[in-house]
Structure formats: C-alpha cells, structure tokens
Design a binder for this molecule. Sequence first.
Ligand code: CP
Length: 311
Amino acid sequence: MKKYTEINDIKNIPQTITEAIALKKAPFEHKSLGKNKTLVMLFFNASLRTRLSTEKAAKNLGMDVICLQISNSWNLEFEDGTVMNLSTSEHIKEAAKVIAQYADIIAVRAFPTLKDKELDYAEVIMNSFSKYADVPVVNLESSTAHPLQALADAITINEFNSDAIPNVVLSWAPHPKALPQSVANSFVNMMQKLPVNLTITHPEGYELSTEITKDTQVSYDQEEALKNADFVYVKNWSSYTDYGQILSQDSDWMITQHKLNNAKFMHCLPVRRNVVVEDAVLDSDNSLVINQANNRTYAAQVVLKNILENL
Ligand code: CP
C-alpha cells in the first residue's frame, strides 16, 4: 500500500481484514517495523477515537508520533495564485513540504464546509497534502470519506457475522446538527466490496451521491428496510442534494430496541443518546459500538504496517 486516502487503496479487502484480526491477537509482533519512523497527524477538527487509536496503532508498530491541532498553527491557504493579504498566513505548498521533512507518513483529518459541495467533493485539503508532501498520506476523515472507520466497521462485521451473506442496513437517524456524508459514503463503498446484502434507508431528500450508491437498494421505509436485518449501521448525514441542509429531525427515525429486534447495532461514535438511538439499544448486548471503536486501532495498524512495508 502506497497511501490510504480512499478504500480503493486496499488491493484485497478480505485479506486486509484477516491481517487486521491477526494484528489484534499479536499487536506488538511488528514492533521493529516502525523504528526510527515518524507519523505526523494533523487535525483540522476535533477527534477522540481517530486521534487515540491511530497513535496507539503507530506505537504498536514502534513508530514515533507527532500530533498537531491545526488551529494551533498558521491559517493555511489552499488556492493557487492567491494574494495572501487576508486571513491565511502560510501556503499548503510550503507547509506540506516542510511537514513531510519531519514525517515518514502524514495523516490528515479535515471535515467539509457543508456549504460548497464542489469544493468539498474535490477533497482540496487531502489532495493538496497528497500533491505537495512527498510521503504517504493517510485519511483520518476527509470532506467526503472516512476510510479507516469503514475498515474498522468491516472488521467488526467479519468478527460478529454468522451468515454467509448477512443483511446489512445503513439507516439515517435524526441529529440536531448538519453532519458530513463521509461515514455513510465510506460505509456504503466498503459494503459494496464485501459479500453482504446492503440496503440504505433514509427520508426523502437524504439521497447520497449516486456515484456512491450506484445500484445499492434504497428505501424510504425504515421499518420495511429493517426487516430481517443482521447488522444495522446508524448514522446521520445532512442532505447531499440540498447540500449541507437539515431537512428533517423526525424522531420517528430514531433507532429503538423494538425496531432493532435481534440485529446488531453499529455506529461510528460519538453518538447522541435518545436522539439517534435510545439508551436501551446502546446499553444492550446487541450494540457493537465499543467493538467498532476498538477495531479502529487494528484498522489503522494494518494500514500503517502495509505503508511502512512499502516505504
Ligand atoms: N468515529 C470517529 O472518527 O471518532 P472521532 O471523531 O472521535 O475520531
């Protein structure tokens, strides 16, 4: 693996899942691989799981880790040819090259504006680091994708699945804030590459990009979609068509124990209790959210290991 900015960077997903599960059993087996190698993590936004699990993964491989919250640094400029006489102090052309001198791998988290669809879906920040930093780049959640989360989710489904082809449902749920489509996009992208029967359910107006959904089944009837589900992945996202808008806060879409029946509940976290999902679900044995968060370490570790092996 040369980089991990998108799921397509994984050549063989089932093999990568198997390798991640092996790393989970023996996390320190490759402790010498990252010796004298540095991971620089750059956060344009807040994080709990991604920040900690990626650092833990890198340290399991013997890497040194440097983390920078970008709000504590200079305001970066991403446009070419700009007269920088306003709020930005440093151009990405210099910043990325400078950071690359301190890093063997750069990992970046940069959320979307949710105001400018073209800008967000052009992945300007992630692509600028890939363009100007001559070291591998890892996506810690970008404007439109969260590939490390999707890999952790695939590992979790693999661990808990007992059917040849499980029924997996991605359900939209209400949220008071406008959230990115990134987790939903990457989850759909990942499930399309695995032997699962995937259905997406959401209210009208919350259609994801057709470039993401392709021929995946979409239903506006949550109750119908949840019938016979083995895994229910719940996530809010703001509208793609009416870009970044909250079109509904209908609490009837909240996931309840009654709706879930015997299916396993999944969410990337953080989750708002009794808005997205009721307490009874999160507090039940059917909730996999803690397992998913644990697998973030091994998703990151298998990615870093594969990149280190190709440096
Ligand atoms: N799921 C996830 O990416 O969590 P954080 O935002 O806390 O990193």
